[in-house]
Ligand binder design. Sequence first.
Ligand code: NDP
Length: 245
Amino acid sequence: MNKKVALVTGGSTGIGAAITKQLAIDGFHVVITGRTEKTLKQSATQHKNISYIVADVSKPTDVQKAIKNVKDTHGRLDILINNAGIAPSLPFEQVTLEHFDTIYNTNVRGLVDITVNAIPLLKASKGNIVNISSVAGDKPLPGISIYSSTKGAINTLTKVLAKELAPYGIRVNAVSPGPIETPIFDKMGMTKEEIDHMANAISQTVPLKRFGSAEEVAGVVSYLASDKASYVTGSQYYVDGGYGA
Ligand code: NDP
């Protein structure tokens, strides 16, 4: 019951899986969520201190189930990593309200819902929150307008929550990755040719001339979640090879 506990939404693949492994190495028990049991199970094999709950962050009953599980099983929550996100692409003139709702329900409404539900546990632990945003929130790309705007919303929420929750000793920060090699690109609704073309074009515009790895994002998240960052709140850390500079 004494081990510190981290909850990582979308901890099954990509950046979330790397954060999960790093936080487990850092000594946390890590609870991960996602919609797909198979990938959650795989991610949980990364370290003995990882457990999973099948939970869709856009469904309020699933969010409550996840928080209840953390409370009943571990009795505490020290770190909330709001990482779950989707990035379907669509030219703006083809955007439907369904497309809008799907992205916002996961990236923004889900983040708000799980954060509100986690606050009582975070108050008790004087814990902290790391929101996984994106450089697209500040430097949006054509074709991912709705996704980019969800990340702008996350940046604003990070700053206001840092101020609102500071009196309780809760820190709130954001990490904004640039292009990171993860399965997210296969889920954008683009052909492999389009993805390769976009990846090449993006790499050329990154000062470090390459995609980053999920582990490179996890290292910064690990720092922000730790006591080493005890005077850091309301910040947005870029892990983007200089892309947004
Ligand atoms: P992945 O697709 O690999 O990971 C997304 C994770 O979120 C998966 O675990 C997925 O599991 C989960 N997820 C998606 N929808 C939901 C939902 N409704 N409820 C719960 N879990 C959900 O992508 P990345 O690792 O790349 O993305 C992680 C975060 O990083 C996202 O917020 C993304 O916007 C951000 N990011 C990524 C960048 C990149 O270049 N890769 C750049 C900038 C930001 P499942 O589908 O099984 O639910």
